[in-house]
Structure formats: C-alpha cells, structure tokens
Ligand binder design. Structure first.
Ligand code: PAF
Length: 282
C-alpha cells in the first residue's frame, strides 16, 4: 500500500489509473478506524480495481466547541488496518492540506440539512459536502462507499451527486455494530466503562420503537415520546439531542406513518454524541 499526502499526487495517480482503464473505489474517512470502516473498505475492494482510502479530519465540518482538536487519532493503527483491507492508496493530507488559505467555494444541500444533525450542527453538512466533492475531484472514483449510520450524510451526498451530475456511484453500507448492538463509531472511544455499558440502550430503544410501528402504531408524537421515556429510564446519563421520524430520502419529519420511515436519534453520553437509526418499512 502506498501512502501519500499531496492532493495533486492523488489526482495524477487516479487519472493515470483511469487512463489504464482501471476502476477506482473511494472510502472517505476521518481515521481512528474500526471494524465499521474496514467493512466499507472490504466492500469497495470487491467492486473496484484500485481502492483509495482517505484519512482527513475535516475542520470545516466541525462547529465551534465541537471535538475537532480532540478527535481521536491513531495513524499507525489506521495504516495497518487500511493495508489489511487491500487498499492501494492511502491519502492522508496534512491538517491544512485540503484548503487554500483563501478557500471560498462551498457546496451545500440545505433542503436536506434542516433537520436531525443539520439542525444541531449548523454548517456541518456544508463542510462534509465540500470536502467530499473535493475528494471526488481528486480521486475521480467510479464508486464511493459510506456507512448508513450517518444516514442523513448519505442522503445528502446522494442528492448532491445527482444534482451536480457527478459521475460516481454512491453505495450505502449497512451499520456495523458491536456484539451488544452499539453502532461502531470512532467517538465510542470517549465513553467511560459505565457509559459504554449503558450505550447499547440507544439501539434497543430504536428496535422497540420499530416493533411498535410495525405492529400498527401510527401516532408519531406518541412513538417519539415512548423512545424519550425509554432513554430516560435505560440511559439516565444520556441527554437526548433529537428523536425523530423522518422521510428516508428527503429527511423531513413525518407527522403520520404512511410509508417507510427512518427513526433517527442523537444522544449525548458523557463526552460522546452518539447517533443511530433504523429504517422501518411498513
Ligand atoms: O463520515 C465521515 O467520516 C466524514 O463525514 C467524511 C465523509 C469522511 C467527510 O469528512
């Protein structure tokens, strides 16, 4: 596996692969890799001739007071994990290496960013869309794989790619979970042992809510109230940021369940803000 830091070197290498008729897969990450990221890499690996993994803690998607400066890092571990998944090129730009000092161009999909994490983290998806577009311009991938834990991010990237005619196939990969159901996340590293022991309640509550809706519950406010109560009881140290039922494609809250809905939550547990979701097909 080759490891590079220079964006233009990445672009030259990928253009050369394209000229040779090779297909390119991209897995964008912010590092501190876990089994969830590795599943995305393995999935991409099977679908392309050359696999590029980017590792960049993108400053423009962090708001003031968020964990940009504390974001966990393990470059050596990340190198070994990307290599073990058959990565051809690991792109690790320097912290300031993706943006010119006078960078002035932004990509945003505000319609899909009004709710859930977009409401709690103003500017977050503008930063995500901008860096992902830059990565697409550099790596010129035929396909890119993102996890469904960040469902809203995935929906926004799909819409951006469609609206801007970016020639890349976006693949959403199922959520990878710990044995007790907690969705894997680099931010799980912030949890104390007690918080970690309680955190699987996030998933358990979502599963109960999904069962209720599948069994015929149609009262959205009632379902959300049930989940908040469930978290108050099962995860008393958690602070709910949002509990929402939204349309899975346009991420607008639903007032009645008439088709597939996404139940999505964000809960602060100690220093970690944990998100999870479940798609409910009725
Ligand atoms: O999901 C992430 O890790 C980040 O938002 C991404 C897609 C790598 C962009 O920085």
């Amino acid at each position: 596996m080759r490891s590079i830091t220079d964006p233009h070197e990445l672009q030259q290498q990928c253009l050369s692969w394209r000229r040779d008729g090779l297909s390119i897969g991209l897995v964008p990450t912010m590092g501190y890799l876990h089994e969830g990221h590795m599943a995305l890499m393995r999935h991409a690996r099977q679908r392309c001739d050359r696999l590029v993994v980017s590792l960049f803690v993108n400053p423009t998607q962090f708001g003031p007071g968020e964990d940009l400066d504390k974001y966990p890092q393990d470059h050596e571990g990340d190198r070994a994990k990307t290599d073990s998944c058959g990565t051809d090129l690991l792109f690790m730009p320097a912290p300031g290496g993706m943006y010119a000092p006078d960078h002035a161009t932004w990509i945003d999909v505000p319609e899909l960013g009004r709710h859930l994490c977009g409401a709690s983290r103003p500017g977050h998806f503008r930063g995500v869309c901008t860096v992902v577009t830059k990565l697409f311009m550099l790596a010129q991938p035929h396909l890119a794989v993102f996890g469904r834990k960040d469902w809203q991010q995935l929906a926004i990237i799909r819409r951006m790619v469609r609206d801007l005619d970016i020639p890349v196939e976006i693949i959403g990969h199922e959520i990878v979970r710990e044995a007790d159901g907690l969705a894997m996340s680099s931010r799980n590293a912030y949890l104390t042992p007690d918080e970690r022991a309680a955190a699987p309640a996030i998933r358990r509550g979502l599963v109960k809510l999904a069962d209720m809706v599948r069994a015929g519950e149609r009262d959205v406010e009632g379902a959300k109230h049930f989940l908040r109560q469930e978290y108050a009881r099962e995860l008393p140290m958690g602070e709910v940021d949002y509990v929402e039922l939204v349309h899975p494609d346009d991420i607008t809250p639903v007032s009645a369940v008439t088709g597939p809905v996404l139940a999505a939550v964000a809960v602060r547990v100690g220093k970690a803000r944990l998100i999870d979701n479940i798609l409910i097909e009725v």
